[in-house]
Every structure is written in C-alpha cells, then in structure tokens.
Design a protein around this ligand. Structure first.
Ligand SMILES: [Zn+2]
Length: 362
C-alpha cells in the first residue's frame, strides 16, 4: 500500500467510524435516560413507597399518595416528551431572494423574488443572509440544523437527551418538560433521603435506595440548573442558548453584524454595522414579564399547562411580503433598537445605502 492509498484507507475508515459513532450516540443517550427513568421509578414505587412506607412502616395513605403523585408526573413527562418529538422545533418557510436588483428585461427570467422587509440581517453590501441547503433567505433568529436538514425558527439547541432539536414550536414544551422533571426528581430524591434517615437508618440498607438517592439527586440538580439557565436567558433579553453561547467571550461579543434598514422619513435603505452584543438586544420585549410571555402564553395560568397553544405555521400563499410568508415565525424587533439605529443613520454612522428595486412599491 503506497502513502496516498494508506491515507485514503485511513480517512475512509476513520470517517465511517465517526458517522457510526454519531448515529450510535444519537440514540444511546435517550435510551440511557429512559433506562434511568424506569429504574428510578421502579425503585421509588416498589422499594420505597410499597415495601418500606406502605408495608414495613404501615403508612398506607402516604405510600399511595406518593405513588399516585409520582406516577402522574412520570405520565405527564412522557406525554410532554412525545409532544416535543411530534410537534418538532418548527420549520422556517422557504423565503425567495429579496428584490434588490432592477427587474430583468428578459421575459424568460422567472426567478421569484419578494419585496425586502424594513429590516434584515445582511452582508456588508446589503444582501440578505442565504442558506445554501434550504435555498432560502435566512430570516432573523433562524439557524440551519444538520439534524433536521432545514432552518429552524428561534433555534435553541439540539437536545441529546430528548433526541430532537428545540426551536420555536417546542420551546415552551421543553421548558414544561424541565419544570415537571425537576419536580419529579425532587420528590424522588427528597422523599428517599427523608425516609432513609427516618426509618431505615440502622435496619435496612437497600442498595436500590442508595442508587436512587444518587441518580435522582443528579437528575434534580441537572434539570433544575438547565431550567434556571433557560429562564435566566429569557429574562435577560428573550435570549436562547445559541445566542448566549455565541457571546461567551468578549471577542465574540465584539464581532460585527450588518443590518439593512429602511428609513421611512429619508425614504432610503441603509446598511449599518453593530456588534453581536447590540444585535442580541433586538429580541428584548422590554420587561421580564413580556419576555416570559413571548415564550410561554399570554395568560399566566397556561404557562404550566404542557400544551402548545400557538399554531406557528408560515403561510403557504405566494405572498410578496416577508411578514405574510413567515406568519407566526416572523420575529418582533425591539422598537428602542430601531430608534437607536435611525439615530445612527442621522449621525452618518452607516456603511452604505442600498437602492433595492422592491422599495419602489412602498
Ligand atoms: Zn437552512
């Protein structure tokens, strides 16, 4: 085997191993998670509630109440997980190129274009961000996912535990999943510790109870930490995990983002440059409650009900306006930020102007 064929053999085998490994990992983590959940539930219900509390300690009402509460929580968690998978993260509707160039005189040129919106993320010349895989304009907060193969609106992260992508459509359910998992793990962990200390300190040393103290304890702090960080990101400015990860270091926060904005008074379109940190303030709804409402529901009682009440479906019609195309996937921008950007234009702090053909229909 010569050097080049050796290299090829190594690359091919290495590559195929990587792919197998990833596919294996994709399913192994949810399987481990389900296994731990089943084991914890069995140990809690059978070993703790029935054997120890109901039988040996003769606290029948407490044993039954704990079994019913825990059983309902596990059922609820399973239903939410199922919903997260079935509903999915959402899919950004295909958005054709914006009408930037003048109309072609060539009658055979049937390339579909839509009018450029008031504001969009662009490159230094004012052209919108483009997803080559979806053949679509990438709209605000949209990210292409390799797992789904299309762009996800309000992309949050790929969840290895649940084996799916979390985006606009299943984000509320994901938070509901964390809330009820934290409660279930918490009940499991705290009850086992209390009972263990109270009744079985010197009599029964069941290894299963020690195991669920460890597993449920880890599960409790993991889900609580995850829930706390997500709520913190929302209250911070309606942010998602990907926004926060993208601003970890000062270098990342200082990265440049270009924005193309239409000024209705000057009747012109401008390209501005801002930092990634300023860009992250675009999604802030102005208060903690408004940011939470943007994720959960407009009515506070529905926040804890694990059903997705919003039907986030983009329009299938051939609309010429971006907002109509995106439907509920259209992202709202902070008004204060829009005004700050207009002040930047007035002070001459912009890169260039753009004469977009679509703007003449305004
Ligand atoms: Zn895409």
């Amino acid at each position: 085997m010569n050097t080049s064929s050796k290299k090829k053999w190594f690359n091919d085998n290495n590559c195929s191993f990587d792919i197998r490994n990833k596919k294996f990992l994709k399913f192994i983590i949810p399987i481990i998670f389900i296994g731990l959940l089943i084991y914890c539930s069995w140990a809690f219900i059978h070993k703790l509630c029935l054997s120890q509390i109901y039988d040996k300690s003769n606290k029948k009402a407490t044993g039954i109440a704990l079994i019913v509460t825990y059983g309902c929580l596990i059922l609820l968690i399973s239903v939410i997980w199922f919903q997260i998978l079935i509903i999915g993260p959402g899919k950004q509707p295909q958005v054709p190129a914006f009408k930037i160039y003048q109309d072609s005189n060539d009658a055979t040129d049937k390339t579909e274009c839509i009018n450029p919106p008031d504001i969009y993320q662009c490159n230094i010349n004012g052209y919108p961000m483009w997803c080559p895989y979806c053949q679509s304009v990438k709209t605000f907060r949209s990210h292409h996912s390799r797992f789904t193969g299309y762009c996800i609106p309000k992309f949050d992260h790929y969840c290895s535990w649940l084996c799916t992508v979390i985006g606009q459509d299943n984000y509320k359910l994901f938070l509901n999943f964390l809330i009820y998992s934290t409660i279930a793990f918490g009940i499991n962990w705290i009850t086992t510790i209390i009972c263990y200390l109270k009744y079985f300190k010197k009599r029964d040393h069941d290894g299963n109870l020690v195991a669920i103290v460890v597993i449920a304890g880890l599960g409790f702090f993991f889900t609580l930490g995850l829930l706390g960080s997500h709520i913190y990101y929302i209250t911070l400015g309606n942010l998602r995990s990907i926004d926060v990860i993208g601003m970890k270091t000062k270098k990342m926060r200082d990265m440049i983002v270009f924005i193309c904005i239409w000024d209705n008074e000057l009747k012109r379109r401008f390209v501005l440059q801002i930092t990634k940190e300023q860009y992250s303030q675009f999604w802030d709804r102005g208060s903690v409650i408004r940011n939470l409402k943007d994720v959960f529901e407009p009515y506070s009682l529905l926040w804890f009900i694990p059903i997705n009440f919003h039907s986030s479906k983009g329009s299938k019609d051939e609309h010429t306006e971006l907002g109509d195309r995106l439907g509920n996937y259209n992202v709202k921008i902070n008004h204060k930020i829009k005004n700050i950007m207009k002040q930047k234009i007035r002070s001459g702090d912009y890169i260039c102007t753009v004469d977009a053909a679509g703007d003449r229909y305004r």
